[in-house]
Design a protein around this ligand. Structure first.
Ligand SMILES: C[S@@+](CC[C@H](N)C(=O)[O-])C[C@H]1O[C@@H](n2cnc3c(N)ncnc32)[C@H](O)[C@@H]1O
Length: 237
């Protein structure tokens, strides 16, 4: 298995692998109207922490999608152990295997930056109902970076681009979202992220090289604390 950041998250089975973890998820969801009839899609669900939280809290219909089979297996185990009826779907964010206008709420928590944004954001819009809402938590560039710095960040995280806030807004607008609310997420780069302290689903065998990836992630988040930021985006039509 290739020593990539995403494979590392999958092998350790990190739950809540987005900045702000489950606390941020709770906060952004608390402002939405979610009930038993709400159809929710969690794109890039990882090990399913958010999907499980929503299904348990609101008894709504949740679909959890990821293109990484190991992540999806770990999500399934979580849902079974919690006795939650959550549909799991293997698929890619760039080509969502759903009909147009299927979901009321779509969550994408630290996923879109890893994908081909020009395809993914229009897909989010396509599968949302006309009055649906996209909640996205995204990595954002807060300052100018040198080519060398950019290369290090893109290569390590395996992201295709590092957009600033305005560039993200343009992408959402180009896909047809008209109302976009942005909120800055305060990160604490020198503290261990909550996501790697409290929710793991470890694979049986993990090559030592993957521990080094965690260390490097921690190191980079300190080195690039003025460059790497995070925003939540609430997008509707
Ligand atoms: C940083 S993790 C976040 C996982 C989860 N949303 C969470 O907050 O715990 C990124 C997730 O996106 C998934 N992912 C990345 N690119 C994807 C794509 N093109 N289609 C579907 N899933 C993708 C990865 O497999 C991984 O589970």
């Amino acid at each position: 298995m290739e020593s990539t950041y995403l494979n590392c998250l999958a092998l350790f089975g990190v739950g809540g692998a987005h900045p702000g973890g489950l606390n941020l998820t709770r906060r952004i969801l608390s402002r939405e109207k979610v009930d038993e009839s709400t159809k929710v899609l969690d794109v890039g669900c990882g090990t399913g922490q958010t999907s499980a939280f929503i299904a348990k809290q609101h008894q709504c219909q949740v679909t959890a999608l990821d293109y990484n089979k190991m992540m999806l297996e770990k999500a399934k185990k979580r849902f079974q152990s919690m006795n939650l009826q959550i549909e799991t779907q293997h698929g890619s964010a760039e080509n969502l295997p759903f009909e147009n206008e299927t979901f009321d709420l779509l969550l994408s928590e630290s996923v879109t930056a890893f994908t081909d944004i020009s395809k993914t954001i229009p897909e989010y819009k396509r599968v949302l109902k006309p009055n649906g809402v996209l909640l996205a938590i995204e990595m954002v560039r807060n300052a100018v970076v040198s080519e060398k710095q950019l290369e290090e960040i893109l290569n390590f995280y395996g992201v295709r681009q590092l957009l600033d806030e305005q560039e993200w807004l343009t992408q959402f607008q180009n896909a047809g979202f008209k109302h976009i609310e942005v909120e800055k997420v305060e990160l604490q780069p020198d503290a261990l992220p909550t996501e790697i302290t409290n929710d793991y689903s470890l694979s049986k065998q993990i090559d030592p090289s993957f521990y080094k990836i965690f260390e490097k992630h921690h190191h980079l988040s300190i080195v690039y604390k003025d460059i790497l930021g995070c925003r939540t985006f609430r997008c509707s039509v």
